[in-house]
Design a protein around this ligand. Structure first.
Ligand code: MN
Length: 233
């Protein structure tokens, strides 16, 4: 192929316990999937209950992934960078209009992830009904640990999801509190786009999001899935 310059390398995640890597195609994220977080963002009227899931994306090359301590660059144009601990679903197969019952069949595995957010920029975007791309999809905004394949993790629907900053617990929740379960998310998203092998889905964050600064050490985990360590530099 006669490219005008060398194609960029494929973003990939290590698969735990193997020498294989998972090639990333796209990164989808679910907004406000835990009621306690929706409430802390002022976005949930308790009487209303859950709203339909909504999605935003990050570029595949925004992914920073690996085992061990990751180094994540503090982005420009923000004074309020927030952590959001999330379980990440990695798809090993695709489909469109996938049923809730068939959704599990698309899952390759799970990882622990961080949906980093320029909260100040996002607040302005919300105010003006502008898109979220630059508040959510900036360089190194999608952090992820190793993928735990379903053969090891099973299909976790409950279990602790937590994040510490410099040793202090900031976020702590349970997967069972997701308003839209993983199978619902896959089914819904597959009505909007054709899902493909290599797609990652960040499934939302529990309450406790907050600011991080250069030098901070983030440690996070999801029961049955794994852990993640990242240093903000
Ligand atoms: Mn999020």
């Amino acid at each position: 192929m006669n490219f005008v310059f060398a194609p960029h390398p494929v973003t990939s995640l290590p698969v735990a316990g193997t020498d294989q890597r998972f090639p990333v195609r796209r990164v989808f994220c679910v907004g406000r999937n835990y009621a306690d977080h929706a409430r802390e963002m002022g976005a949930l009227d308790q009487a209303e209950g859950r709203e339909p899931p909504f999605f935003f994306t990050k570029p595949a090359d925004a992914v920073v992934a690996g085992a061990g301590e990751l180094s994540v660059k503090y982005p420009p144009q923000t004074a309020n960078l927030h952590h959001e601990i999330e379980m990440v679903v990695a798809l090993g197969a695709g489909g469109e209009n996938v049923s809730v019952e068939a959704a599990k069949g698309l899952i390759f595995g799970y990882a622990v992830g961080l949906d980093l957010t320029r909260r100040d920029m996002q607040a302005k975007a919300k105010e003006k009904s502008h898109p979220w791309d630059m508040s959510k999809g900036f360089d190194q905004s999608a952090v992820a640990g190793e993928i735990s394949p379903v053969a090891v993790s099973g299909y976790p629907e409950s279990g602790r999801i937590w994040l510490k900053v410099n040793g202090q617990v900031r976020q702590e929740g349970d997967l069972s509190a997701m308003m839209w379960k993983v199978a619902d998310i896959i089914a819904n998203l597959s009505t909007l786009v054709r899902l493909e092998a290599g797609d990652l889905i960040y499934t939302g964050t529990p309450a406790g999001v907050g600011a991080i600064v250069p030098g901070d050490l983030l440690e996070a985990g999801v029961d049955k899935v794994g852990t993640l360590r990242a240093r903000i530099v």
